[in-house]
Design a protein around this ligand. Structure first.
Ligand code: 5GP
Ligand code: MN
Length: 327
């Protein structure tokens, strides 16, 4: 159980702080399909660095889901104009360079790349790598950085950090939640955040369209290997029928994992042009990061994913073949 950072990580944090404080400008970039940990980390670090009068830009690599529009500072998220000089580039919550999608080109332009992440599959692509697979979330690492800089946790920063950590720990429930996670959460609560406001926005805000999609999707639930594997496929046809968007599939895969006999929950999302995004969650023993890496994806032991050019039928078959050895 994690209680504190290792000395090696602390050293990387100190190096990063020195570079940030002496930077000409700082760009912080999101990953594709940004989640609560990603956006909460960007906005807390970005606003903390701004409070030090640094020249900070927060870049989106994809559309921002409506779910996170409540985050203080979300209006800072902007597109890169393709021209701006980049001194320090900070990549958050991204296991590899491809996770930042269209903004990958900035990696080659920046004078210095700082990679801050907690994925077991991280490729250490930065000049400075603050990577801790034992951290519950990237938000947890950003908290340590902000504290090390002696920056006060404002209500805005605290709200973003709490969202980041709560999102990636399934509201402090998953295995990755440590004693340190709770200590940080306690400190954030003392920073005067409105916990109820955050929780309602994150967990009690499901739209009617999303609820209808949930019901329709669950009707197509398939179970394999003695009900240990649950699979749901979301096709474009299904979305149209429910008047929903792919964003509305959020939460389905974790719901599948909650079914008693289920060890591995899988959602297959069919985007246009045979582009299938697969999300996997496991409960007790299956390492889904390992299975995802077979398909050139990655993630964590209990939550991982990948994208392939294939059909729902084909990818389902090869996933079931892979799972045979694990289940
Ligand atoms: P989700 O299934 O919610 O998209 O992602 C679960 C976890 O797996 C996240 O931590 C995410 O970073 C990781 N993940 C999802 N898709 C990919 C992918 O295509 N490549 C890599 N490296 N990681 C992924
Ligand atoms: Mn994360």
């Amino acid at each position: 159980m994690k209680t504190k950072m290792t000395e090696a990580i602390e050293k990387q944090i100190n190096l990063a702080i020195e570079q940030m404080l002496n930077s000409k400008n700082i760009y912080i970039v999101s990953h594709v399909q940004p989640d609560g940990d990603n956006l909460g980390s960007i906005l807390s670090l970005g606003q903390a660095l701004k409070s030090k009068n640094l020249d900070v830009f927060m870049l989106k690599s994809d559309e921002i889901p409506n779910d996170f529009m409540f985050l203080p500072g979300i209006e800072y998220m902007m597109d890169y104009d393709g021209l701006g000089y980049v001194d320090v580039l900070i990549v958050l919550d991204s296991g590899d360079e491809n996770r930042i999608g269209k903004n990958k080109e900035i990696l080659g332009k920046a004078n210095l790349v700082i990679n801050i992440d907690h994925h077991i599959s991280n490729t250490y692509f930065g000049d400075i790598n603050i990577v801790d697979k034992d951290a519950s979330s990237t938000g947890e690492l950003v908290f340590e950085i902000i504290k090390s800089m002696g920056i006060e946790i404002s209500k805005e920063i605290g709200t973003c950090l709490y969202t980041a950590i709560s999102s990636d720990t399934g509201s402090f429930m998953y295995d990755n939640t440590s004693a340190r996670t709770h200590e940080i959460a306690a400190e954030l609560l003392k920073s005067n955040i409105d916990k109820s406001y955050i929780n309602i926005n994150l967990y009690q805000n499901r739209s009617l369209e999303r609820t209808k999609l949930f019901i329709t999707a669950l009707n197509s639930l398939e179970l394999y290997y003695n009900d240990k594997v649950a699979i749901v496929a979301i096709t474009q046809e299904l979305l149209e029928k429910s008047n929903a968007t792919m964003e509305d599939t959020e939460g389905i895969v974790s719901f599948l994992r909650e079914i008693s006999p289920v060890e591995v929950a899988i959602i297959l999302k069919e985007f246009h042009g045979e582009n299938i995004k697969v999300s996997m969650r496991s409960k007790k023993y299956v390492d889904v990061a390992k299975i995802s890496s077979y398909f050139s994806g990655g993630g964590h032991v209990r939550a991982a994913g990948f994208t392939v050019n294939s059909t729902v039928g084909k990818i389902k078959a090869s996933l079931l073949e892979q799972l045979k050895d694990y289940i």
